[in-house]
Write a protein that binds this ligand. Sequence first.
Ligand code: FES
Length: 642
Amino acid sequence: MPKLIIDEIAVEVAEGISVLEAAQSVGIPIPHFCWHPALGKAGACRVCAVKMLDGPVKGVQMSCMLQAQDGMVVSTTDPEAVAMRRQVIEWLMLNHPHDCPVCDEGGECQLQDFTIAGGHSLRRYTGKKRTYVNQYLGPFIEHEMNRCIQCYRCVRFYQQFAGGTDFGVMGSADRIYFGRAEDGQLQSPFSGNLVDLCPTGVFTDKTARFRARYWDYDMASSICPHCSLGCNTFPAARYRELLKIIGRQNDAVNGWFICDRGRFTNQAVNDPERPRSPQVDGAKRQWDEAIDSLLLRIGEIGDSWGPGSLAVVGSGRLSLEALSLLHRLSKSMTAGSLCYFVKEEEAQRNEIAVSYLNESTSASMADVQKADLIVIIGCSLLDEGPMMAFAVRQAWRNGARIFLIAPDSMAGEQKDLPFTWTGVTSFAEISFEGMKRPVVICGSGGTGSVEISSAVEYGAKLAFLFSGPNDFAAATLSRHHGTTSLTRKLADKKIKGIIAVESDIPAGFFDGIECVAALDWRNTDAVKAAHIVLPTTAWVEMDGIYVNNEGRAQRFNKVMTPGLPIKGLDPSLHPPRHHTAIVPGGDSRPAWRVIADIITGLGAEGPVEPLGGRWQRLRQLEAEGGGLAIFAEGFAEDGRKD
Ligand code: FES
């Protein structure tokens, strides 16, 4: 553990870390562009200069390139170091546009921050600035090469970390160009990370350009709902419109990065046509009226058809708060019958998966990155969990051997996977001998328990991919309550009513059903078929918890108020002609709140609160931090060790 002194502060750091990181560890910021915590050093920008006053190295040095060593005495404020940094900024600004007030990156630009911090306010150079022709990089990412300071973060990430081959660095000397050989959409499913990584705005989110400054955004810590991996995000909204998603660091889950699906799939939240007010038989109603109508029909079905005739169907799209109340809702009705999944195969597979996962068998994406052997079964990684493919690539870069079992039978394009793999027909062909950190990844293509059991016997950790962000919790509850799927329930022809709670039930399932009620924020087939619609809030419009594929409960916080986005709003609705407490289209409620209201209407005594019983501990869970592990047999004692 080297001991050094930085700006007269004694610092002791782990072996192998740089002087820049050592300074950061005690709260001393050093400007940097090419160094990034996830990408490491490149020594390209020269802005992290410090003066080494004493010890094994002397003089002005690049702090990102220098390993912290015993006896070093470092100054970040020495006039020589300050002058060097100031000069580097001035050089970088020779060609960079001086247009911060009108630049779309302004306010979230590292170059702007360090230029101002370094005191560069007067342009002395009078020559012409170097200019480039920008490229069309697809509908999501804007290219503005004039802003480039050649830090190489983009190309290091795109090629080394993401495995992309259609983007690179071209040219030489002072005509370096970062782009594609020709115009066209970036092919990597992780291309959106260029937006977060670029320190100067060469790559910006085209979908949110010129819509707001950084300080205008409504932002909160959140969790991506577009697969089961639980990547951490910062959604950014303004004027009731979800504008963009930014990756949020969580080293145990997604590291610093997210996939393009998670970043650019905002349309459903902003859809003006999504369910936004309660409806009964196609007519808008007040909440009380709609809930009364539902209670009436619940009673009618119970009276006419008896126990088990009304299916309450949840899904892994629901927050844990809502999932934890579904059983009580079903039990509150004489006719109630509970399902957490629509399809039988999905229900069975998910329940088997959670039965295998515990503190010692469950693999996080951080575990996958450290694995020395990875076996992938029945899964299209890029469809079911792109960031898992990203994690496998990092393991492969570190030398892990990757096997795909029966790759020809898997869905999706295995040739697009960003790593090299060997196809085998069965587990028996893979030798686990000598492997220290093997991981088996199972997708929705399913796998036999025999293979999973033998993988665990070999000491392998397991990573299952589910389809919804909370499938793990839904499957855990389904096992606990001994429920079955809607498909199975419909097979005995007893079901006469369905309450679909954020459940994607296909249209054909409603044939012959007397009453359909849908609680949802998406325009699903259930909403279209419903006699009663109760609009719920999207994940960015409420607080809640998702349990990811490894059994990690993580909180997401409310980002924005529900309502019709002001942009594109019907002019008769804005500015408001009628002053009400609810904004136009803002009459939706969290699903758990609606479920609690129905349970109360059915005669529950006292307040109905989510996360009771075994879930109570999660009420205190914070959005920041590593989350909390939950498994079938209860909570792990101290949460995740990582
Ligand atoms: Fe050290 Fe760029 S951050 S050279």
